[in-house]
Design a protein around this ligand. Structure first.
Ligand code: IMP
Ligand code: MG
Length: 186
């Protein structure tokens, strides 16, 4: 799809007045995710047991694209928390909704996030995951609003995000707009 076609699709999905602008195009995201995959692949010794732990639901498209760009053996699992409910401002409460309790012991774990905003989610999850004794724990996030005091700074960041509510490429407003191929602000 051309950039213009994607923008037209996003506008038709979001409504003419509610889409402020396309922030990251499909091509920008694709190039950056490929780069991040290579960097992650290079970051671990060959014998490390790398587990990608995807934080649902916002990162589902990012994870799917990212793992296919990591040129080394990895395993993939998911965890799900909820902090937003249906609004655009964090409720400040983090609920663990799905936790497969994948064995993290002695594994090199990468927690994959869609976006770090207030940091509430990360700061809640990091100690909980460290308690499970991984060999190492790193965070990889597609977007970072850079306004949080974090217990652990993400090692891999796709893009710095504007202080706007963004949707698409997995990120939703409520449950809408997750399927947009680009990221726009509303
Ligand atoms: P935090 O706990 O405030 O850092 O926010 C974490 C979660 O809220 C992210 O993982 C997203 O799922 C969601 N979130 C934060 N900002 C946005 C946004 O601009 N668009 C969509 N979801 C967001
Ligand atoms: Mg998220």
């Amino acid at each position: 799809m051309t950039a213009a076609a994607i923008e037209a699709l996003a506008r038709s999905q979001l409504g003419e007045e509610s889409l402020r602008r396309i922030v990251f195009s499909e091509a920008m995201i694709e190039a950056r995710v490929a780069e991040m995959g290579r960097q992650i692949g290079d970051a671990y010794p060959p014998d490390a047991e790398v587990l990608i732990l995807g934080l649902l639901k916002g990162s589902f498209i990012f994870i799917a694209d990212l793992v296919r760009r990591i040129p080394r053996p990895i395993q993939v699992d998911f965890i799900r928390v909820s902090s937003y409910g249906t609004g655009t401002v964090s409720s400040g409460e983090v609920q663990l909704l799905y936790d497969p309790r994948a064995d993290l012991q002695d594994r090199s774990v990468i927690l994959v996030e869609d976006i770090v905003d207030s940091g509430t989610t990360m700061n809640h999850l990091i100690p909980l995951l460290l308690d499970r004794n991984p060999a190492s724990l790193e965070v990889c996030t597609l977007l970072h609003k850079r306004r949080a005091q974090l217990r652990l700074e993400p090692r891999w960041v796709g893009f710095d995000a504007p202080d706007e509510f963004v949707v698409g490429y997995g990120l939703g407003y409520g449950e809408d707009f997750r399927h947009l191929p680009c990221i726009g602000s509303i």
